[in-house]
Design a binder for this molecule. Structure first.
Ligand code: T1G
Length: 692
C-alpha cells in the first residue's frame, strides 16, 4: 500500500497524502515517500504549489516512536524537513486532528499551515524523556518567542485550532472544506511568488522574553533533577536565540540523539507502549462489544464511594449515590460538594462545571435506588459479610444485564460473585484513593466474569479518565499484594538497623514523592493496623506505635513527630528508641545500611512478588505491573516501573541479593521465584515474558 499518495490536480497543484494508519506516524517509508514526492513534483513544470494532507482522524502523530534506538534509516526527519522547507514551490500543510511531535515539526517546516476545527498541535516529546528533534526547538520560538515556546514544549500539552490561529502558529482555520482552503492558499502563495520560511522569522527574542525564559528554565531544571531532557530543552531553546538557525538545529539534534539512548527516555517510551498494551485483554478479541452504560449507581457514600461518583459525574454519566441511612448519605454528599468547592477555590473547576457535575449526582437511601443502573459499583465497608449482603440484595434488585462491580481492595471477587445468581455480570473495579484523582483502575477478572463485562469495564474506565489494567483474583490483586511486600521489607529494615528517615530519604532520592513511613503517617497507620489484626499479620514497629495511639499526622505523631499539626514530620526520638528496643528483643544486632542497600532490600522483594504474580497468571504481562505501580503508587515513571527497572539491574544480581537477604533474615518467602532464577540463568528480561 502506498504510504504517500501523489495526485497532480492539473490545476497547478500537487496533493501529497500520507496514509500510514492508524495515526500516520512518520516511519521511514513515509519519510522516503514524502521526500521522493516533493522532489518529483518540484521538477514537474505543471506544478506550481504543493499541499501535504493525511488520511484518517490524525494528521501525523509524530515520528515513529518504535524506531528509536534502532539503526537510523534515511532520510532522517530533519533531512526530509530540509527538503520541504527548501522547496521553491510553496508547500502548505492541511491539518486535521492531531499534529504532534514530528507531525507538528513537519507542518512548521512547510510554508503555510491550514487547520480544521478539530486540529490539535503539540510537541509532547518531553513526556517521552526527549525533546523535539526535527526543528521544533528552533522554529517554535521564532513564532512564539522563547519563553512561551519553552513553556509549551516543557508541559508537552497541545493547543487547539483556535488557540493555534490566535498564537500565529497557523495561517488559517478552515471551517469548511480543509483541502480546498489549503489548495487555495498554496496557489495564492505561488501566485505571489512566496515560500515563507519560519526559520527566517526574527526579532521575537526581546530582552524581557529572554529573561522570562531564563527564569522558567532555571525553575524547570531545579524541579526535575532526574530528567536530563529538561536541561537539554533549555539548551536548545537558548541556541535558537543565540545561534544561526542551522547551528541551533545542530545543537537540538545532538541533544535529541543523546536523549534517545538515555535510560529515562527508554523507560518513558516503555511506559507509552505499556499503556497501549494494557488495553489488550488476554483471550478477548475486538469482536466482543461493550454493554451500553447510560446510568450508574454507587453503593456507599464514604470517601471512596463519593470519589467514584465524582468520576462518573465528570464523565457526564448520571450516578445515584446510595447509602443505608439518610445521615450517612448527607455526610457523603456534603463531602462531594466540599471537594468540588475546594476545586473551584483552587481555580481548577468552574462553578458552572461544579453545578453540572452535582446535577449528575443523585443521593438515595436503600439499594432499590440502583434498580435502573447499567453499572453498580459497590464501595461499602471492606468486610466480606457486608459485601455478601449487598450483592445478594443487588441480585434481586438490579436489572438484567446490569454490571455488578465491587471496589474491594483485597477480598475474593469470586466469593462475592457467588453471592449472586449472575456471576458472569460480577467484576472488580478497584479504584485508588482519591478515586476522582488517581488514574489506576484494577479490573479484577473473576473466574466467571463475562468477556463483554471486561470490555465494558475497560471502555468505562477510559471514559472515566482512568487507566484500566486487568488483574486476577488473589489477596490484594497486584498493586496491594506487592505493596504488602514493600511494607514487610520496610519493617524488616527498621529492625535490622535503618531508621525511618533514612529509608524515606533513599526512596525519595530514587524518585518517589514520599517514602513509605511518611506515607503511612499521612494515610493513618490505624487502617493497616485494622487489616493486620483481622488477618493475623504482624508489623512489629507499626503495631507498637498503633498500640500507643500514634497513628501518624492525624494524632500528631507516628513514625515522625508533627508539632502543631505540621505537614512535614520530624524525627521522633521515642520512635527510634522503640525501634532499637524491638531489635534488641528480637536479638537482632543493628547495623547501618547505604541508600543502595535500602533500595535493594525494599524493591527486590517487590520484583520477586511481581514475578510470582506473572507465574500465577494474576497479571497478563510485566508491563501491566509497571503501570499499576506508576499510576497507583507513584513509582517514578522515568524509571519505567518496578519490572522495567529490574530488567535494567539484571536478574543475576537480583537473585543473588534475594538469596543473601533470605538467608540473613531467615525469610524463605524472599527466595527468588523460579521465573527469576530462569531469567538469571538465561540473561532474558521480564519484558519478553508473556504470562497469558
Ligand atoms: N509512533 C508509533 N506508534 C504510535 C505513535 C507514534 N508516534 N502514536 C501512536 N502510536 C500507535 C499506538 O502505539 C497504538 O498502537 C496506535 O498507534 C493507536 O494509538 C522527532 C522525536 C496520537 C493522540 O508522543 O499521543 O515525534 O496499540 O491507542 O488513543 O521531534 O497515540 O494499536 O498497536 O494512542 O487515538 C511524538 C504519541 C513522538 C504522540 C492517538 N508524538 N501518540 O491516540 O490512539 S516523538 C507523540 C499519541 C517525535 C520528533 C519526536 C496518541 C494519539 P497499537 P493510541 P489514540
Amino acid at each position: 500500500m502506498d504510504l504517500v499518495r501523489v495526485e497532480n490536480r492539473g490545476t497547478g497543484l500537487a496533493l501529497l497524502t500520507i496514509a500510514n494508519p492508524p495515526v500516520n506516524a512518520l516511519a521511514a517509508p513515509v519519510r522516503a515517500g514524502l521526500a521522493e514526492a516533493i522532489v518529483a513534483v518540484g521538477r514537474d513544470p505543471s506544478v506550481r504549489a504543493i499541499v501535504i494532507a493525511a488520511d484518517g482522524k490524525a494528521f501525523v502523530a509524530g515520528a515513529d516512536i518504535g524506531e528509536f534506538g534502532k539503526p537510523p534509516v534515511s532520510p532522517s526527519l530533519p533531512d526530509l524537513l530540509q527538503i520541504i522547507e527548501q522547496s521553491e514551490k510553496p508547500v502548505v500543510a492541511a491539518i486535521q486532528g492531531v499534529a504532534f511531535g514530528g507531525g507538528f515539526e513537519l507542518a512548521l517546516a512547510c510554508h503555510g499551515r491550514i487547520v480544521g476545527p478539530d486540529a490539535r498541535l503539540g510537541l509532547p516529546e518531553i513526556k517521552l524523556g526527549l525533546i523535539p528533534g526535527a526543528g521544533g526547538t528552533q522554529r517554535l520560538p521564532r513564532l512564539l518567542g522563547a519563553a512561551p515556546a519553552f513553556a509549551m514544549m516543557l508541559d508537552g500539552k497541545p493547543v487547539n485550532a483556535f488557540k493555534a490561529l490566535a498564537l500565529g502558529l497557523v495561517d488559517q482555520l478552515a471551517d469548511g472544506d480543509l483541502l480546498a482552503a489549503a489548495n487555495a492558499y498554496a496557489l495564492e502563495l505561488a501566485d505571489a511568488g512566496q515560500s515563507p520560511q519560519v526559520r527566517t522569522r526574527v526579532g521575537r527574542f526581546t530582552t524581557e522574553d529572554r529573561a522570562d525564559f531564563e527564569a522558567a528554565a532555571a525553575e524547570a531544571i531545579r524541579r526535575s533533577p532526574k530528567l536530563p531532557n529538561v536541561a537539554a530543552l533549555a539548551e536548545a531553546v537558548r541556541a535558537a536565540m543565540d545561534l544561526p538557525f542551522d547551528e541551533g538545529l545542530a545543537v537540538e539534534r545532538a541533544r535529541f540523539l543523546s536523549l534517545v539512548d538515555d535510560p529515562t527516555s527508554k523507560a518513558l517510551r516503555h511506559v507509552f507502549f505499556a499503556e497501549r498494551a494494557a488495553g489488550r485483554i488476554p483471550g478477548i478479541g475486538k469482536e466482543v462489544k461493550a454493554r451500553p452504560i447510560a446510568q450508574a449507581a454507587v453503593i456507599g457514600a464514604g470517601t471512596m464511594g463519593g470519589g467514584i461518583a465524582m468520576s462518573f459525574a465528570e464523565a457526564g454519566i448520571p450516578v445515584t449515590l446510595i447509602e443505608v441511612e439518610e445521615a450517612a448519605l448527607q455526610t457523603g454528599l456534603g463531602r462531594v460538594r466540599a471537594n468540588y468547592e475546594a476545586s473551584c477555590k483552587r481555580g481548577s473547576l468552574s462553578v458552572e462545571d461544579m453545578k453540572k457535575r452535582l446535577g449528575l449526582i443523585r443521593g438515595a437511601v436503600g439499594l432499590e435506588a440502583a434498580a435502573d443502573a447499567d453499572v453498580i459499583v459497590e464501595a461499602a465497608f471492606e468486610e466480606m459479610g457486608v459485601k455478601a449482603g449487598i450483592f445478594g440484595a443487588l441480585d434481586r434488585i438490579a436489572k438484567p444485564g446490569a454490571i455488578l462491580a465491587t471496589n474491594t481492595s483485597y477480598l475474593d471477587v469470586n466469593a462475592i460473585a457467588a453471592c449472586t445468581s449472575r456471576p458472569a455480570d460480577v467484576v472488580g473495579l478497584h479504584f485508588f484513593s482519591p478515586a476522582n484523582i488517581m488514574r489506576l483502575l484494577e479490573v479484577v477478572r473473576g473466574a466467571e466474569t463475562a468477556p463483554d463485562v471486561l470490555v465494558t469495564s475497560f471502555e468505562l474506565g477510559r471514559k472515566l479518565g482512568k487507566l484500566p489494567v486487568i488483574v486476577g483474583v488473589c489477596h490484594g490483586f497486584v498493586g496491594n499484594r506487592i505493596l504488602a511486600k514493600r511494607s514487610q521489607a520496610a519493617e524488616r529494615l527498621l529492625l535490622a538497623g535503618a531508621l525511618p528517615h533514612e529509608i524515606d530519604a533513599a526512596v525519595t532520592d530514587f524518585g518517589f514523592r514520599m517514602g513509605p513511613f511518611a506515607m503511612a503517617d499521612l494515610a493513618g497507620q490505624d487502617i493497616g493496623w485494622r487489616v493486620r489484626k483481622a488477618t493475623g499479620a504482624r508489623a512489629p514497629v507499626s503495631d507498637a506505635l498503633c498500640e500507643m495511639g500514634r497513628f501518624g499526622q492525624k494524632t500528631g505523631r507516628g513514625f515522625y513527630l508533627y508539632p502543631e499539626g505540621a505537614r512535614k514530620g520530624t524525627r521522633d526520638p521515642e520512635t527510634e528508641a522503640l525501634i532499637a528496643r524491638l531489635s534488641e528483643e528480637q536479638g537482632i544486632a543493628r547495623r547501618s545500611f547505604t541508600p543502595d542497600e535500602i533500595i535493594a532490600r525494599l524493591f527486590y522483594p517487590m520484583v520477586n512478588e511481581g514475578a510470582k504474580i506473572l507465574e500465577e497468571g494474576i497479571a497478563a504481562r510485566a508491563s501491566d505491573i509497571d503501570l499499576i505501580w506508576i499510576n497507583g503508587y507513584n513509582w517514578p515513571a522515568f524509571t519505567g516501573g518496578p519490572m522495567h527497572w529490574a530488567d535494567g539491574i539484571g536478574f543475576d544480581r537480583i537473585v543473588a541479593a534475594l538469596d543473601e537477604i533470605a538467608t540473613e533474615t531467615g525469610e524463605d518467602s524472599l527466595r527468588p521465584t523460579a521465573l527469576l532464577r530462569r531469567l538469571a540463568e538465561s540473561g532474558e528480561v521480564l519484558a519478553n515474558v508473556v504470562a497469558l
